[in-house]
Design a protein around this ligand. Structure first.
Ligand code: PLP
Ligand code: MN
Length: 370
């Protein structure tokens, strides 16, 4: 693979495109804003590393009061622990001896908690942990409406929690109750109502667990769109927002309480692209296509020209219509539709401030998951 080295201190004009760039002033704002928005509420913050997969950034989140990081994939967790993060929740299910062994090995250097929705996997992980002489914590994941992983609320959670308490080296600590779809419900009151339904399922489960003398030390969930509701519910002990550090065009379409666009966090992440071809009066073509920016949550927005439209131009191109006044060689700042899969395409995150490259952070946890 060819690559070029981008030196800290050089001008943003020296960045070759397409490139993943973060505006550090806006990032700083978001890092401060999250704990500020939860001031006075008794809740732990455990941001999700799936958004950035970047230990350097995780350290800033810890500095701003986070208790540790969430990871969705083993490669994210390994990169965080290698990068010096000491407390990880694997907020997902892992399967197979090899992955469970690698997860257990992380417990030599960090406090590891994992989500479980299957008795056999729990037993296997417990055996592996015992053999390696390490201890891990475990949460029962309950399905609160996403219909993805997790056992149903109530009795099924009790049965799995009871099984966990019978296992050595794997310690039952509580539940994870995360509902991803709720994050992107546009209207504030609809979003709140959807979280109320989740909270009802959590309460039913907590009551059932209490009856069986299985109290929850940890109740975790909530992303960028809803964490404020989970935090105020009185039942969650921890929230897991990830995208808040960067934001994206999709989150930009959520409304706040006054039916205005959510302004709590600033758009800090951009894909920097270059105009490579212009057909005057018709289109301008960018060097950023499907390999540079994800389209799963809608097309990117042009940060400085929101009235123009990005059209899918295939693997290597984005087509801007109408053509605007672009010339070949102009740079264009794109707001990704969805931050997480866009970040996953890049080796490095380039941090800029006042037109200067201030840092180049490896996205060491990127990849499909192994
Ligand atoms: N927690 C879990 C389990 C997730 O799957 C996700 C995102 O998919 C998040 C937290 C963070 O969500 P967001 O990036 O929307 O804040
Ligand atoms: Mn996402």
């Amino acid at each position: 693979m060819t690559s070029y080295s981008l030196r800290v201190g050089c001008s943003i004009r020296d960045i070759l495109t397409p490139a993943l760039v973060v505006d550090l002033q806006k990032l700083d704002y978001n890092l401060k804003r999250l704990p500020e928005s939860l001031k006075g509420i008794n809740i732990n913050i455990r941001p999700h590393a799936k958004a950035h997969k970047c230990p350097s950034l995780a350290h800033f989140q810890i500095k701003h009061g986070s208790v540790g990081m969430c990871c969705q994939k083993l490669c994210e967790a390994e990169s965080m622990v290698t990068g010096g993060i000491k407390d990880i929740l694997l907020s997902n299910e892992l399967v197979g001896k090899s992955k469970l062994t690698r997860l257990a090995l992380l417990a030599r250097n960090a406090h590891i908690t994992v989500c479980i929705d299957n008795e056999d996997v729990a037993s296997q992980l417990s055996h592996i942990a015992k053999d390696l002489n390490v201890e891990l914590d475990a949460l029962v994941e309950i399905d609160v409406g996403q219909e993805r992983c997790g056992v149903p609320p109530g009795e099924a959670a009790v049965n799995l929690a009871r099984h966990l308490t019978s296992l050595p080296n794997l310690h039952y600590k509580g539940i994870q109750a995360y509902q991803g779809w709720n994050q992107h419900i546009r209207k504030y009151n609809d979003r709140k109502a959807a979280v109320d339904m989740v909270v009802t399922k959590v309460k039913v489960t907590l009551e059932a667990l209490r009856k069986h003398n299985l109290p929850c030390e940890i109740v975790t969930g909530g992303g960028t769109g809803t964490y404020i509701f989970e935090a105020n519910s009185g039942v969650y002990t921890e929230v897991q927002p990830g995208s808040y550090v960067f934001m994206d065009a999709d989150y930009g379409r959520n409304f706040d309480q006054k039916d205005e666009y959510v302004s709590d966090f600033r758009q800090s992440l951009f894909v920097l692209s270059t105009v490579v071809s212009v057909t005057p009066g018709q289109r301008a073509v960018l060097d950023a296509g499907l390999k540079a920016i994800s389209l799963d949550s809608g097309v990117p927005v042009l940060a400085d020209y929101p009235e123009l439209t990005f059209n899918n131009g295939g693997d290597e191109h984005g087509i801007i219509t109408p053509a605007g006044n672009f010339k070949v060689g102009d740079t264009v700042w794109l707001v990704p539709g969805h931050c997480d899969p866009t970040v996953n395409m890049y080796d490095n995150l380039i941090g800029i401030r006042n037109g200067i490259v201030e840092c180049v952070w490896p996205i060491s946890g990127r990849g499909p998951g192994v």
